[in-house]
Design a protein around this ligand. Structure first.
Ligand code: S3P
Length: 446
């Protein structure tokens, strides 16, 4: 049985022989959340294949049920959603509990804001600490109201949506796909055009899914790295089949493990290669990683490829701040790769890492320190002084953060002494089969 966020399960990873084999990591978390939400918002049956059955997505599914959808699992990763359609949502009788899932909570705030219903939002201790005003500020402009909230608009929160939401033009002050998506989801039920302008392009799964379900959405470049997204409100969303590709943010863990464990040679199948998600692969290739894309093809409307990854001599690089949105969840494991590189890796512009499931900048720095890896933080930049090794031997505090747990378990597979993480329970939020899958490749976990 895999762990769950309800159990505290420590684990140690130790130096392993070369990893070998073929794996397919679970479905993309961002697309899985959106599959449930778009299923809810269309009338009729949406089928999903390859859904990530992690705790985060299951929380979003439960919230969709409370808002009126009928959702059933019909096989492994195969789900059917009968939606109620835009305008057909019910006020839920009990609180929508998103557990650890920022994406579920923030996207659903957009959905509720665009409907004349009232809903309570809650989550675990990690989610209760995370900022929500970034999403609520534009939603209030669209007509939603905060009935009550914890300090600073945090969860637990009661949100009253607008029966007639006002379409707005919103320039996002932070590079956040969640903020963009919340505004667009509220805009679905607004008459006229809702526009989101982002200075740095962020993952575009909401825009793609809007188009896939029949909405009129146009995306044009804005400035050097940004985009302007215009949604024509009140579309008739048609239920459409969804095939979820493998999550590049989960693939990142076996990928970096194979790069740092000598003798490794693995294949990770069907990894989504959406350009807004593969900043880590670009960076690792710059570091000298041997990653070969095999059989590039289109699956479920996204480019995917099988990635052959072999142990590589890595060198330190400078990672530009503008690349952050395309690899925002991958910095913890990149910091691990950087420890095993020769020379300094400088990761610029990591301010958003401070507001993830944990303060990831602090958690990564503490994990590196506990395992004898020389590093420093300068402003919002993390600099890791790579020496082609990590001493290990440390105990890493994961702070309810799945990616901190997985990143440091990966470190332990190549460090001099084992690395222990204090809790693997939260890995179940995004990658429930991580431990058995890595063991299958030869990872030594005890
Ligand atoms: C996500 C967006 C990102 C990312 C998160 C998933 C999404 O968050 O970190 O894991 O699915 O839209 P931000 O929008 O806060 O950058």
């Amino acid at each position: 049985m895999s762990a769950s966020p309800d159990q505290i399960v420590p684990l140690s990873a130790s130096r392993s022989r070369g990893l070998a084999g073929r794996v397919r990591v679970p479905g993309d978390k961002s697309i899985s959340h959106r599959s449930m939400i778009f299923g809810l918002l269309s009338v009729g049956e949406t089928t999903v294949e390859g859904l990530l059955e992690g705790a985060d997505v299951l929380a979003t599914a439960e919230a969709c049920r409370k808002l009126g959808a009928t959702i059933e699992r019909v096989g492994e990763g195969a789900w059917r959603i009968r939606g109620v359609g835009v305008g057909g949502l019910l006020s839920p009788e009990s609180a929508l509990d998103f557990g650890n899932a920022g994406t579920g909570a923030r996207l659903m705030m957009g959905v509720v804001a665009g409907h004349g219903i009232t809903a309570s939002f809650d989550g675990d201790a990690s989610l209760r600490k995370r900022p929500m005003m970034r999403v609520l500020t534009p939603l209030l402009r669209m007509g939603a109201e905060i009935v009550s909230s914890a300090e600073g608009g945090r969860l637990p929160l009661v949100l009253r949506g607008a029966a007639d939401p006002v379409p707005i033009t919103y320039e996002t002050p932070v590079a956040s796909a969640q903020v963009k998506s919340a505004v667009l989801l509220a805009g679905i039920n607004a008459p006229g055009r809702t526009t989101v302008i982002e200075a740095e392009a962020t993952r575009d799964h909401t825009e793609r899914m809007l188009a896939h379900f029949g909405a009129e959405v146009t995306v044009t470049p804005h400035g050097d790295h940004g985009r302007r997204i215009v949604l024509q409100g009140r579309p008739e969303l048609r239920p459409s089949p969804i095939v979820v590709p493998a999550d590049p943010s989960s693939a990142a863990f076996p990928l970096v493990a194979a790069l740092i464990v000598p003798g490794s040679d693995i294949v990770i199948e069907g990894v989504m290669m959406n350009p807004l998600r593969i900043g880590l692969i670009t960076t690792l290739k710059e570091m000298g990683a041997d990653i070969v894309e095999l059989d590039r093809r289109v699956e479920g409307g996204e480019d995917v490829a099988d990635l052959r990854v072999r142990h590589s001599a890595l060198k330190g690089v400078d990672v530009p701040a503008e690349r952050a949105p395309s690899m925002i969840d991958e910095y913890p494991v990149l910091a691990v790769a950087a420890a095993f590189a020769s020379g300094e890796t400088r990761m610029n512009g990591l301010d958003e890492l401070r507001v993830k499931e944990s303060d990831r900048l602090a958690a990564v720095a503490a994990g590196l320190a506990a395992n004898g890896v020389d590093h420093r933080i300068e402003g919002n930049d993390l600099i890791v002084a790579g020496t082609e090794r990590a001493k290990g031997g440390g105990l890493v505090a994961t702070h309810m953060d799945h990616r901190i747990a997985m990143a440091f378990l990966v470190m332990g597979l190549a460090s001099d002494k084992p690395v222990t993480v204090d809790d693997t329970g939260f890995i179940a939020t995004s990658f429930p089969v991580f431990v058995p899958m890595m063991r299958g490749l030869g990872a030594e976990f005890a």
